[in-house]
Design a protein around this ligand. Sequence first.
Ligand SMILES: [Zn+2]
Length: 242
Amino acid sequence: MSIQYLRKILEGSSNIVCLLGRAPAAEQGCDLYREDFSYDVEEKYGRSPTEICSTTFYHNRPMAFYRFYREDILGRRGEPDECNYSLKRMEDDGRLHGIITRGFFDLSRRAGCRDVIQLYGNVDRNFCPHCGKVFPAEYILTHTPLPMCDACGTLVHPGIALSGEMLDSRLMTQAIERISSAGVLLVMGCSLQSTLGSMARYFNGDRIALVNRVSNYSDQAADCVCIGDIEKIMREAYPPHD
Ligand SMILES: [Zn+2]
């Protein structure tokens, strides 16, 4: 582990882009692919979270879908942590130019970050498929059992990407542009072989810095690797100024 080296890389760059995995606890809490989350959900609904988070299920069983979305996604929203706040400090200092994430809780933005690309959507941007009106998570929580658009009466679509739907290709293009023009790629909370981490293949810059909880054979492709408690590492690698 070389936190000092990481610190040197971060402080020496004015063009960092971050691939932010599900490091923050809240994002991990409802990772659709995590075994214990799947187990909880299967116990409760008799289906896996990936089956529920599909267009077919959403269209055929909207009541059950929205119960799941309220209780098991929105109910686990959590709060931003030091991973998000360290990114906010880097952005404020003019070093960080973009966070790319599959997380849909908007934790970085809630920590104050401005430049965040959420490839899989955002729980605070539920929208009406008919008129386009956008609704925060709060609207979904308070409009039971089914959240209808208050402008046109159509069933609101959740802000997260459902399987069977196309991802927003503009977001993907934007993300690739960011990665390919970055000088330093900070990969936080995922390995380089994960779906998000493998986007490092678009990187042409100087250094890849990896910070993750567990090591992986793919870590060797990074120039600087810090494994352990991510919040602790980031607080030391990019500490608050005072
Ligand atoms: Zn509408």
